[in-house]
Design a protein around this ligand. Structure first.
Ligand code: NAG
Ligand code: NAG
Ligand code: NAG
Ligand code: NAG
Length: 361
Protein backbone atom coordinates (compact mmCIF):
# COMPACT_ATOMS: atom_id res chain seq x y z
CA UNK A 1 0.00 0.00 0.00
CA UNK A 2 1.29 3.42 -0.92
CA UNK A 3 1.56 5.61 2.13
CA UNK A 4 -0.38 8.86 2.16
CA UNK A 5 2.89 10.60 2.88
CA UNK A 6 4.35 9.33 -0.40
CA UNK A 7 1.20 10.42 -2.26
CA UNK A 8 1.67 13.91 -0.86
CA UNK A 9 5.25 13.96 -2.06
CA UNK A 10 4.19 12.82 -5.53
CA UNK A 11 1.40 15.36 -5.66
CA UNK A 12 3.66 18.22 -4.70
CA UNK A 13 6.29 17.06 -7.22
CA UNK A 14 3.66 17.12 -9.96
CA UNK A 15 2.56 20.57 -8.91
CA UNK A 16 6.02 22.10 -9.01
CA UNK A 17 7.70 20.41 -11.96
CA UNK A 18 6.90 20.83 -15.61
CA UNK A 19 6.31 17.99 -17.98
CA UNK A 20 8.39 18.30 -21.10
CA UNK A 21 7.56 15.70 -23.77
CA UNK A 22 11.24 15.33 -24.54
CA UNK A 23 12.83 15.91 -21.16
CA UNK A 24 10.11 14.41 -18.98
CA UNK A 25 9.68 16.13 -15.61
CA UNK A 26 12.98 17.91 -15.79
CA UNK A 27 12.17 21.24 -17.32
CA UNK A 28 11.17 23.18 -14.20
CA UNK A 29 12.38 26.74 -14.56
CA UNK A 30 12.93 29.36 -11.92
CA UNK A 31 11.76 32.89 -12.48
CA UNK A 32 14.54 34.94 -14.14
CA UNK A 33 17.04 35.79 -11.40
CA UNK A 34 19.35 38.14 -13.31
CA UNK A 35 18.82 41.89 -13.44
CA UNK A 36 17.56 43.33 -16.70
CA UNK A 37 21.01 44.81 -17.27
CA UNK A 38 22.63 41.39 -16.96
CA UNK A 39 20.18 39.97 -19.51
CA UNK A 40 20.93 42.98 -21.75
CA UNK A 41 24.67 42.25 -21.61
CA UNK A 42 24.04 38.58 -22.45
CA UNK A 43 21.81 39.62 -25.38
CA UNK A 44 24.46 41.99 -26.74
CA UNK A 45 27.08 39.25 -26.47
CA UNK A 46 24.79 36.92 -28.38
CA UNK A 47 24.65 39.35 -31.32
CA UNK A 48 22.26 42.12 -30.31
CA UNK A 49 19.29 40.99 -32.40
CA UNK A 50 15.89 39.52 -31.65
CA UNK A 51 13.44 38.43 -34.32
CA UNK A 52 9.81 38.69 -33.31
CA UNK A 53 6.58 37.87 -35.12
CA UNK A 54 3.66 39.85 -33.75
CA UNK A 55 -0.01 39.40 -34.60
CA UNK A 56 -1.80 42.43 -36.06
CA UNK A 57 -3.12 43.97 -39.21
CA UNK A 58 -1.10 47.12 -39.93
CA UNK A 59 2.61 47.00 -40.82
CA UNK A 60 3.55 49.75 -38.37
CA UNK A 61 1.27 48.57 -35.54
CA UNK A 62 4.18 47.53 -33.29
CA UNK A 63 6.61 50.33 -34.17
CA UNK A 64 6.13 51.68 -30.66
CA UNK A 65 7.42 48.40 -29.18
CA UNK A 66 10.44 48.43 -31.51
CA UNK A 67 11.22 52.06 -30.69
CA UNK A 68 10.79 51.64 -26.93
CA UNK A 69 12.93 48.48 -26.84
CA UNK A 70 15.76 49.87 -28.99
CA UNK A 71 15.79 53.14 -27.07
CA UNK A 72 16.01 51.34 -23.75
CA UNK A 73 18.72 48.95 -24.94
CA UNK A 74 21.17 50.71 -27.30
CA UNK A 75 22.90 48.23 -29.59
CA UNK A 76 19.88 45.91 -29.69
CA UNK A 77 17.75 45.53 -32.84
CA UNK A 78 14.17 44.33 -32.60
CA UNK A 79 13.53 42.75 -35.98
CA UNK A 80 9.75 42.70 -35.80
CA UNK A 81 7.23 41.55 -38.41
CA UNK A 82 3.50 42.16 -37.99
CA UNK A 83 1.03 39.93 -39.83
CA UNK A 84 -2.31 38.28 -39.13
CA UNK A 85 -1.75 35.75 -36.32
CA UNK A 86 -3.49 33.10 -38.44
CA UNK A 87 -0.72 33.44 -41.04
CA UNK A 88 2.18 33.81 -38.61
CA UNK A 89 1.28 30.59 -36.79
CA UNK A 90 1.24 28.34 -39.86
CA UNK A 91 4.61 29.73 -40.89
CA UNK A 92 5.95 28.99 -37.40
CA UNK A 93 4.59 25.45 -37.78
CA UNK A 94 6.52 25.11 -41.02
CA UNK A 95 9.73 26.28 -39.35
CA UNK A 96 9.21 23.76 -36.56
CA UNK A 97 8.41 20.96 -39.02
CA UNK A 98 11.47 21.61 -41.17
CA UNK A 99 13.80 22.23 -38.24
CA UNK A 100 14.58 25.69 -39.57
CA UNK A 101 13.49 27.98 -36.72
CA UNK A 102 14.69 31.53 -37.33
CA UNK A 103 12.10 33.40 -35.25
CA UNK A 104 12.89 33.93 -31.57
CA UNK A 105 9.66 35.24 -30.10
CA UNK A 106 5.97 35.24 -31.07
CA UNK A 107 3.07 37.32 -29.70
CA UNK A 108 -0.19 36.15 -31.25
CA UNK A 109 -3.96 36.22 -30.81
CA UNK A 110 -4.25 32.53 -31.81
CA UNK A 111 -4.25 31.49 -28.16
CA UNK A 112 -5.01 27.86 -29.01
CA UNK A 113 -1.55 27.47 -30.57
CA UNK A 114 0.33 27.79 -27.29
CA UNK A 115 -0.77 24.63 -25.46
CA UNK A 116 -0.26 22.71 -28.71
CA UNK A 117 3.26 24.08 -29.23
CA UNK A 118 4.04 23.37 -25.59
CA UNK A 119 2.97 19.73 -25.92
CA UNK A 120 4.98 19.41 -29.14
CA UNK A 121 8.10 20.52 -27.28
CA UNK A 122 8.44 23.54 -29.59
CA UNK A 123 8.72 26.22 -26.88
CA UNK A 124 11.45 27.33 -24.51
CA UNK A 125 10.21 27.54 -20.92
CA UNK A 126 11.05 30.98 -19.55
CA UNK A 127 9.66 33.00 -16.67
CA UNK A 128 10.58 36.62 -17.35
CA UNK A 129 11.21 39.26 -14.69
CA UNK A 130 7.84 40.12 -13.16
CA UNK A 131 6.36 36.70 -13.99
CA UNK A 132 4.91 36.17 -10.47
CA UNK A 133 2.81 39.32 -10.84
CA UNK A 134 1.13 38.22 -14.08
CA UNK A 135 -2.51 37.24 -13.38
CA UNK A 136 -2.53 33.43 -13.06
CA UNK A 137 -5.07 33.03 -15.87
CA UNK A 138 -2.68 34.80 -18.25
CA UNK A 139 0.35 32.59 -17.71
CA UNK A 140 1.30 28.99 -18.20
CA UNK A 141 2.28 27.58 -14.79
CA UNK A 142 5.38 25.98 -16.32
CA UNK A 143 6.50 29.20 -17.98
CA UNK A 144 6.09 28.16 -21.63
CA UNK A 145 3.97 31.22 -22.51
CA UNK A 146 2.39 34.27 -20.89
CA UNK A 147 0.18 37.25 -21.61
CA UNK A 148 1.97 40.40 -22.82
CA UNK A 149 -0.85 42.95 -22.70
CA UNK A 150 -4.65 42.94 -22.92
CA UNK A 151 -6.18 43.71 -26.31
CA UNK A 152 -9.86 44.61 -26.73
CA UNK A 153 -12.50 45.94 -29.12
CA UNK A 154 -14.53 49.03 -28.24
CA UNK A 155 -17.31 51.20 -29.64
CA UNK A 156 -15.46 53.91 -31.54
CA UNK A 157 -16.95 56.95 -33.27
CA UNK A 158 -15.99 60.28 -34.80
CA UNK A 159 -17.17 63.11 -32.56
CA UNK A 160 -17.41 65.52 -35.54
CA UNK A 161 -20.32 63.51 -36.93
CA UNK A 162 -21.81 61.64 -33.97
CA UNK A 163 -22.99 63.41 -30.82
CA UNK A 164 -24.68 60.51 -29.02
CA UNK A 165 -22.11 57.69 -29.35
CA UNK A 166 -23.19 54.03 -29.52
CA UNK A 167 -22.88 52.07 -26.29
CA UNK A 168 -25.00 48.94 -26.53
CA UNK A 169 -25.14 46.96 -29.78
CA UNK A 170 -28.76 47.95 -30.49
CA UNK A 171 -27.53 51.53 -30.88
CA UNK A 172 -25.91 50.57 -34.20
CA UNK A 173 -29.40 49.98 -35.59
CA UNK A 174 -30.35 53.67 -35.27
CA UNK A 175 -31.30 55.31 -38.62
CA UNK A 176 -28.39 57.79 -38.41
CA UNK A 177 -25.93 54.90 -38.88
CA UNK A 178 -27.42 53.67 -42.17
CA UNK A 179 -24.51 53.37 -44.70
CA UNK A 180 -22.17 54.89 -42.08
CA UNK A 181 -20.77 51.86 -40.28
CA UNK A 182 -17.45 50.22 -41.08
CA UNK A 183 -16.87 46.70 -39.73
CA UNK A 184 -14.24 43.99 -40.09
CA UNK A 185 -15.29 40.73 -41.78
CA UNK A 186 -15.95 38.34 -38.87
CA UNK A 187 -14.90 35.50 -41.19
CA UNK A 188 -11.41 37.03 -41.56
CA UNK A 189 -10.46 37.55 -37.89
CA UNK A 190 -11.41 35.17 -35.07
CA UNK A 191 -11.46 37.92 -32.41
CA UNK A 192 -14.05 39.78 -34.51
CA UNK A 193 -15.89 36.49 -35.05
CA UNK A 194 -16.05 36.12 -31.27
CA UNK A 195 -17.51 39.64 -30.97
CA UNK A 196 -20.36 38.70 -33.34
CA UNK A 197 -20.84 35.40 -31.49
CA UNK A 198 -21.22 37.21 -28.15
CA UNK A 199 -23.54 39.85 -29.60
CA UNK A 200 -25.82 37.40 -31.39
CA UNK A 201 -26.05 35.08 -28.40
CA UNK A 202 -27.34 38.02 -26.43
CA UNK A 203 -29.31 39.99 -29.06
CA UNK A 204 -30.58 37.11 -31.18
CA UNK A 205 -30.24 36.50 -34.88
CA UNK A 206 -32.66 39.32 -35.81
CA UNK A 207 -30.06 41.81 -34.65
CA UNK A 208 -27.71 40.63 -37.40
CA UNK A 209 -30.45 40.91 -40.06
CA UNK A 210 -31.13 44.47 -38.92
CA UNK A 211 -27.42 45.26 -38.93
CA UNK A 212 -27.18 44.04 -42.55
CA UNK A 213 -30.08 46.35 -43.42
CA UNK A 214 -27.86 49.23 -42.20
CA UNK A 215 -25.55 48.34 -45.11
CA UNK A 216 -22.24 48.48 -43.24
CA UNK A 217 -19.01 48.52 -45.22
CA UNK A 218 -17.05 45.32 -44.60
CA UNK A 219 -13.26 45.65 -44.54
CA UNK A 220 -10.20 43.52 -43.82
CA UNK A 221 -8.19 44.29 -40.69
CA UNK A 222 -9.24 45.85 -37.40
CA UNK A 223 -7.09 48.95 -37.86
CA UNK A 224 -8.96 49.86 -41.06
CA UNK A 225 -12.28 50.81 -39.37
CA UNK A 226 -10.73 53.39 -37.05
CA UNK A 227 -8.67 54.77 -39.95
CA UNK A 228 -11.81 55.25 -42.04
CA UNK A 229 -13.83 56.62 -39.14
CA UNK A 230 -11.16 59.30 -38.70
CA UNK A 231 -10.39 60.02 -42.35
CA UNK A 232 -13.47 59.48 -44.53
CA UNK A 233 -15.05 62.94 -43.99
CA UNK A 234 -18.14 61.46 -42.38
CA UNK A 235 -18.69 58.67 -44.93
CA UNK A 236 -18.04 56.21 -42.09
CA UNK A 237 -18.59 57.39 -38.55
CA UNK A 238 -18.57 54.41 -36.17
CA UNK A 239 -17.36 50.83 -35.62
CA UNK A 240 -17.27 48.14 -32.93
CA UNK A 241 -14.54 45.92 -34.47
CA UNK A 242 -11.57 48.13 -33.75
CA UNK A 243 -9.47 49.57 -30.99
CA UNK A 244 -7.95 52.99 -30.33
CA UNK A 245 -6.59 52.33 -26.85
CA UNK A 246 -8.52 53.33 -23.75
CA UNK A 247 -7.89 57.07 -23.77
CA UNK A 248 -9.46 58.60 -26.90
CA UNK A 249 -7.97 61.58 -28.68
CA UNK A 250 -9.64 63.80 -31.28
CA UNK A 251 -11.60 63.07 -33.44
CA UNK A 252 -12.43 59.82 -31.61
CA UNK A 253 -14.51 58.95 -28.64
CA UNK A 254 -15.16 55.47 -27.33
CA UNK A 255 -17.45 53.50 -25.04
CA UNK A 256 -18.00 49.96 -23.81
CA UNK A 257 -21.28 48.08 -23.57
CA UNK A 258 -22.11 47.26 -19.99
CA UNK A 259 -25.81 46.94 -19.29
CA UNK A 260 -26.60 44.27 -21.88
CA UNK A 261 -23.72 43.72 -24.30
CA UNK A 262 -20.38 41.98 -24.02
CA UNK A 263 -17.17 43.12 -25.61
CA UNK A 264 -14.09 41.08 -26.49
CA UNK A 265 -10.84 41.30 -24.53
CA UNK A 266 -7.94 38.85 -24.37
CA UNK A 267 -4.33 38.60 -23.24
CA UNK A 268 -2.19 38.79 -26.38
CA UNK A 269 0.15 35.94 -25.55
CA UNK A 270 3.85 35.45 -26.18
CA UNK A 271 6.36 32.62 -26.15
CA UNK A 272 9.98 31.92 -27.07
CA UNK A 273 10.67 29.14 -29.56
CA UNK A 274 12.82 26.31 -28.24
CA UNK A 275 15.26 26.57 -31.13
CA UNK A 276 15.29 30.38 -31.16
CA UNK A 277 18.60 31.59 -32.57
CA UNK A 278 18.67 34.49 -30.07
CA UNK A 279 17.29 33.17 -26.77
CA UNK A 280 18.96 35.88 -24.66
CA UNK A 281 17.55 38.64 -26.90
CA UNK A 282 14.12 37.04 -26.61
CA UNK A 283 14.44 36.84 -22.81
CA UNK A 284 15.35 40.51 -22.69
CA UNK A 285 12.34 41.38 -24.84
CA UNK A 286 9.93 39.31 -22.73
CA UNK A 287 11.25 40.82 -19.52
CA UNK A 288 11.02 44.33 -21.01
CA UNK A 289 7.40 43.88 -22.10
CA UNK A 290 6.46 43.14 -18.49
CA UNK A 291 8.16 46.21 -17.01
CA UNK A 292 5.88 48.81 -15.47
CA UNK A 293 7.32 51.24 -17.98
CA UNK A 294 6.13 49.26 -21.00
CA UNK A 295 2.89 47.91 -19.49
CA UNK A 296 1.89 51.53 -18.83
CA UNK A 297 3.13 52.79 -22.21
CA UNK A 298 0.75 50.48 -24.14
CA UNK A 299 -2.21 52.49 -22.82
CA UNK A 300 -4.23 49.29 -22.42
CA UNK A 301 -5.02 47.02 -19.50
CA UNK A 302 -1.87 45.54 -17.93
CA UNK A 303 -1.37 41.79 -17.46
CA UNK A 304 0.25 42.35 -14.06
CA UNK A 305 -1.82 42.62 -10.89
CA UNK A 306 0.62 45.14 -9.36
CA UNK A 307 0.25 47.74 -12.13
CA UNK A 308 -2.69 50.14 -12.23
CA UNK A 309 -5.05 50.16 -15.22
CA UNK A 310 -5.25 53.40 -17.23
CA UNK A 311 -6.84 56.26 -15.34
CA UNK A 312 -10.61 56.07 -15.07
CA UNK A 313 -10.79 52.29 -15.58
CA UNK A 314 -11.10 49.41 -13.13
CA UNK A 315 -8.87 46.35 -13.64
CA UNK A 316 -9.84 44.15 -16.57
CA UNK A 317 -11.35 41.68 -14.05
CA UNK A 318 -13.73 44.30 -12.68
CA UNK A 319 -14.56 45.89 -16.02
CA UNK A 320 -18.28 45.47 -16.80
CA UNK A 321 -19.21 43.80 -20.08
CA UNK A 322 -16.22 41.52 -20.61
CA UNK A 323 -14.71 38.26 -19.42
CA UNK A 324 -11.06 38.27 -20.44
CA UNK A 325 -10.74 34.48 -20.00
CA UNK A 326 -13.41 33.56 -22.55
CA UNK A 327 -11.56 34.19 -25.80
CA UNK A 328 -9.04 31.38 -25.25
CA UNK A 329 -11.94 28.96 -24.69
CA UNK A 330 -13.61 30.17 -27.88
CA UNK A 331 -10.37 29.78 -29.85
CA UNK A 332 -9.78 26.24 -28.55
CA UNK A 333 -12.97 24.87 -30.15
CA UNK A 334 -11.84 24.94 -33.77
CA UNK A 335 -14.92 23.05 -35.05
CA UNK A 336 -17.26 25.67 -33.58
CA UNK A 337 -15.07 28.49 -34.89
CA UNK A 338 -15.16 27.03 -38.38
CA UNK A 339 -18.93 26.55 -38.38
CA UNK A 340 -19.42 30.15 -37.29
CA UNK A 341 -16.93 31.46 -39.85
CA UNK A 342 -18.79 29.73 -42.68
CA UNK A 343 -22.11 31.04 -41.38
CA UNK A 344 -20.81 34.59 -41.91
CA UNK A 345 -19.12 33.77 -45.19
CA UNK A 346 -22.46 32.51 -46.47
CA UNK A 347 -24.22 35.69 -45.39
CA UNK A 348 -21.69 38.39 -46.36
CA UNK A 349 -19.28 36.62 -48.70
CA UNK A 350 -15.61 35.84 -48.36
CA UNK A 351 -13.32 38.64 -47.23
CA UNK A 352 -12.57 40.87 -50.21
CA UNK A 353 -9.54 43.02 -50.85
CA UNK A 354 -5.81 42.99 -50.29
CA UNK A 355 -4.32 41.90 -47.01
CA UNK A 356 -4.82 44.79 -44.56
CA UNK A 357 -1.02 44.98 -44.41
CA UNK A 358 -0.92 45.89 -48.09
CA UNK A 359 -4.01 48.01 -48.65
CA UNK A 360 -2.73 51.42 -47.45
CA UNK A 361 -6.01 52.32 -45.71
C1 NAG B 1 19.54 31.50 -11.22
O1 NAG B 1 18.85 30.70 -12.15
C2 NAG B 1 19.70 29.73 -12.79
C3 NAG B 1 18.87 29.08 -13.90
O2 NAG B 1 17.60 28.71 -13.46
C4 NAG B 1 20.21 28.75 -11.78
O3 NAG B 1 21.06 27.80 -12.40
C5 NAG B 1 20.98 29.51 -10.69
O4 NAG B 1 21.33 28.64 -9.69
C6 NAG B 1 20.12 30.64 -10.12
N1 NAG B 1 20.96 31.47 -9.28
C7 NAG B 1 20.57 31.91 -8.08
C8 NAG B 1 21.54 32.77 -7.35
O5 NAG B 1 19.47 31.65 -7.62
C1 NAG C 1 14.45 39.57 -39.59
O1 NAG C 1 13.17 38.96 -39.72
C2 NAG C 1 12.94 38.43 -41.01
C3 NAG C 1 11.48 37.97 -41.05
O2 NAG C 1 11.19 37.18 -39.98
C4 NAG C 1 13.92 37.32 -41.30
O3 NAG C 1 13.70 36.80 -42.59
C5 NAG C 1 15.33 37.88 -41.21
O4 NAG C 1 16.25 36.83 -41.36
C6 NAG C 1 15.55 38.55 -39.86
N1 NAG C 1 16.84 39.23 -39.84
C7 NAG C 1 17.81 38.96 -38.98
C8 NAG C 1 19.02 39.80 -39.07
O5 NAG C 1 17.71 38.08 -38.14
C1 NAG D 1 -11.94 64.71 -47.28
O1 NAG D 1 -11.96 66.09 -47.49
C2 NAG D 1 -10.68 66.63 -47.87
C3 NAG D 1 -10.82 68.15 -47.89
O2 NAG D 1 -11.98 68.54 -48.55
C4 NAG D 1 -10.30 66.04 -49.22
O3 NAG D 1 -9.03 66.53 -49.62
C5 NAG D 1 -10.21 64.53 -49.08
O4 NAG D 1 -9.94 63.91 -50.33
C6 NAG D 1 -11.51 63.95 -48.53
N1 NAG D 1 -11.32 62.56 -48.22
C7 NAG D 1 -12.19 61.62 -48.55
C8 NAG D 1 -11.81 60.22 -48.15
O5 NAG D 1 -13.25 61.84 -49.10
C1 NAG E 1 -17.26 60.44 -24.82
O1 NAG E 1 -18.25 59.46 -24.58
C2 NAG E 1 -18.64 59.36 -23.23
C3 NAG E 1 -19.65 58.25 -23.15
O2 NAG E 1 -19.09 57.07 -23.54
C4 NAG E 1 -19.21 60.67 -22.74
O3 NAG E 1 -19.51 60.57 -21.37
C5 NAG E 1 -18.21 61.79 -22.98
O4 NAG E 1 -18.78 63.00 -22.66
C6 NAG E 1 -17.77 61.79 -24.43
N1 NAG E 1 -16.72 62.79 -24.61
C7 NAG E 1 -16.67 63.61 -25.65
C8 NAG E 1 -15.49 64.54 -25.71
O5 NAG E 1 -17.53 63.61 -26.52
Amino acid sequence: MVSSKLLCVLASAAATSAFDPQLGFNSYVEVENRTIDEIYQAALKEGGTVTMWHGGDEKDQQNSLKEAFEKKFPGMTLNITVDLSKYHDINIDRQIATGDVYVDSVALQTLHDYPRWKSQGALLPYKPLGWESIYKDFRDADGYYNGFYVFNWANVWNTNYVTDGPKEFDDYLRPEFKNKLVLTYPNDDDAVLFAFDLIMKQQGYEWFEKLLAQKPRWVRGTGTPSTLVASSNGSYVASFTTSIGLTPSSPFNLSFPSTSGNFVSWPQTGAILKDAPHPEGAKLLHSFVLTEEYQTATGGWPVRSDIDPPSGYPSIWEMPGTDVTKFSQFMADRAAVERLRFFFEDRIGSAQGLSPLEDNI
